[in-house]
Design a protein around this ligand. Structure first.
Ligand code: NAD
Ligand code: IPM
Ligand code: MN
Length: 395
C-alpha cells in the first residue's frame, strides 16, 4: 500500500518559496500568498522532493541557481524520502500523485535510496510511483560532453557526444508483475515479467521520432537518426513487437533514418566511439543501463540530467544519479547534474532564456574547473552551486 499517513501528522509537509523569500514554512499543507497582477502570467509552480543522500545536497544548489536565473516560479518542498518513511512509514501521502498533477506545473526530484531501508520500498513507491502513476512515459536523458577533459575516451570532443536516450518509463521489467513461489525452499521460483504493450511501445517510439524532428543538435544542425535498441535476437516476443512497431512508425517519418542495434553491441559502441549516436529509443531496463554508460562519457553520474515526461501533463525532472550513500553529507557531490536538470525543467516550462543561461554557466564552471573533485575541481557541493548561481545572476 502506498499511502500511510500517520494519524497524528498532516498528510504532507509543504515549504513554499517564491524568489528568495520563504513565504511559508509550517508543518501543514502549503498556503500561497502573492500579489495579483492581471498583466503577468502566474508563476510556474514547482514541487520539489529532494529525497535522500546527496539529493539533499544537490537540489538546494539547483534551487539557488533557479532563483538566480529570475525565472518566475513558486517552489513548494516536500519531505518524502527515507527519513520521513523511517519516522512514520509514509512514502507518498493520500492523493499525493493526484496532488502533484493537479497543483503543480512540474516536479523536481533529487534521489531516493537509503541503506537503512533495505527493501528500497520508499524509493520504489515515490520515484517509480511518480513515473508510473503520473504516466510519465518518456524518460528523456540527454548525453552531452561539455569539455573534452571530462570524457574518459581519448580524442573525443564535445561535438562528438551530443545524443539523447529516450527510455520507455512505464513498462518493461519495472512493472513489478511476477512473484516468488516456494520462497526459502530449494524449489524457489522467482518470476519478473517483462511487460510490453502495443500502446506503450508505440507511444515511446513515436515520441523518439518527434523528438528527433523537433530538437536540433547543440551546434544547431538538425538531428536525423533514430536508433532502436533491443535484444530481439533473444527476447523474441517483446523484441518482435518493438521491431514491428518501429518499422511502422519509421515509415511515417521518411526523412529520418531508422536504425537498429542490439543492446550488447550498443554498450560496446558507446565506449569505443559514441560519434554515431543521435536519438536512441529503448525499453525501460536497457535505457537505465545504457544511460549510466552514457553518463560515463559526460564525466560521470554527477553530470547527467533527465526528464520524465508526458506531453501536456505535469512532468518530473531528476538527475540521473542516485543518493550515493558513501559520499552523502560530505559536501562532495557534484551539483551539475541537478543544475542541468533544473535547466531542462525550466526550458520545458517555457523559460528557454533562463535555461540557456544556466547551461552556459555550467559550461563555464567546467571550463574554469570551478567544480567538485569528481570532475577535476576543488570546490565543495555548496561552493560549486554558488559559483554557477553567481554567474547566472550576472547575465
Ligand atoms: P549512485 O548514482 O548513487 O552512485 C554511483 C556512483 O556515482 C558512486 O560512486 C557515487 O559516488 C557516484 N556519484 C553519483 N552521483 C554523484 C554526484 N552527483 N557527484 C559525484 N559522484 C556521484 O548509484 P548507486 O550507488 O548504484 O545507488 C545508490 C542508491 O541510489 C541506491 O539506493 C539506488 O537504488 C539509488 N538510486 C536512485 C536513483 C534515483 O533516485 N533516481 C538513481 C540511481 C540509484
Ligand atoms: C534511475 C535509477 C532507477 C531506475 C532506480 C533507482 C529504480 O537507476 O533513475 O536510473 O532503475 O530507473
Ligand atoms: Mn539508473
Amino acid at each position: 500500500m502506498i499511502q500511510r499517513p500517520a494519524a497524528s501528522r498532516p498528510a504532507f509537509f509543504g515549504h513554499s518559496v517564491s524568489g528568495d523569500r520563504a513565504i511559508y514554512s509550517f508543518d501543514r499543507p502549503c498556503v500561497k500568498f502573492s500579489a495579483v497582477d492581471p498583466q503577468k502570467p502566474p508563476p510556474k509552480r514547482i514541487a520539489v522532493i529532494a529525497g535522500d543522500g546527496i539529493g539533499q545536497e544537490v537540489i538546494p544548489q539547483a534551487l539557488k541557481v533557479i532563483r538566480s536565473s529570475g525565472a518566475d516560479v513558486e517552489i513548494s518542498e516536500f519531505d518524502w524520502g527515507a527519513d520521513r518513511y523511517l519516522r512514520d512509514e509514509m512514502t507518498v501521502p493520500p492523493d499525493g500523485f493526484a496532488m502533484l498533477g493537479r497543483d503543480f506545473d512540474a516536479v523536481f526530484a533529487g534521489a531516493f535510496g537509503d541503506p537503512r531501508v533495505k527493501t528500497n520500498i520508499h524509493a520504489k513507491e515515490i520515484l517509480l510511483g511518480m513515473r508510473f502513476k503520473m504516466d510519465l512515459y518518456a524518460n528523456v536523458r540527454p548525453v552531452r560532453l561539455l569539455d573534452a577533459a571530462l570524457c574518459p575516451l581519448k580524442g573525443v570532443e564535445p561535438k562528438d557526444v551530443d545524443f539523447v536516450v529516450i527510455r520507455e518509463n512505464t513498462e518493461g521489467v519495472y512493472t513489478d508483475a511476477g512473484g516468488v513461489f516456494k520462497q526459502g525452499t530449494p524449489d524457489e521460483i522467482a518470476i519478473q515479467e517483462d511487460i510490453n504493450t502495443r500502446k506503450g511501445v508505440e507511444r515511446i517510439i513515436r515520441y523518439a521520432f518527434e523528438y528527433c524532428e523537433e530538437h536540433p543538435r547543440l551546434d544547431g544542425s538538425p538531428r536525423g537518426r533514430v536508433l532502436m535498441v533491443d535484444k530481439s535476437n533473444a527476447m523474441t516476443h517483446a523484441g518482435g513487437l518493438w521491431q514491428r512497431v518501429f518499422e511502422e512508425v519509421s515509415g511515417e517519418h521518411p526523412r529520418i533514418t531508422a536504425q537498429h542495434m542490439y543492446v550488447d553491441a550498443v554498450c560496446m559502441q558507446m565506449v569505443r566511439d559514441p560519434r554515431p549516436f543521435d536519438v536512441i529509443v529503448t525499453n525501460n531496463m536497457f535505457g537505465d543501463i545504457i544511460t549510466d554508460i552514457a553518463a560515463g562519457l559526460q564525466g560521470g553520474l554527477g553530470m547527467a540530467a533527465s526528464g520524465n515526461i508526458h506531453p501536456g501533463k505535469t512532468s518530473m525532472f531528476e538527475p540521473v544519479h542516485g543518493s550515493a550513500p558513501p559520499i552523502a553529507g560530505k559536501d562532495l557531490a557534484n551539483p551539475c547534474g541537478a543544475i542541468l536538470t533544473a535547466a531542462m525543467m525550466l526550458a520545458h516550462l517555457g523559460f528557454t532564456r533562463e535555461a540557456g543561461r544556466i547551461d552556459a554557466a555550467v559550461l563555464e564552471a567546467v571550463r574554469q574547473k570551478k567544480t567538485t573533485q569528481d570532475i577535476g575541481g576543488t570546490l565543495g557541493t555548496r561552493e560549486a552551486g554558488e559559483w554557477v548561481a553567481e554567474i547566472v545572476s550576472r547575465h
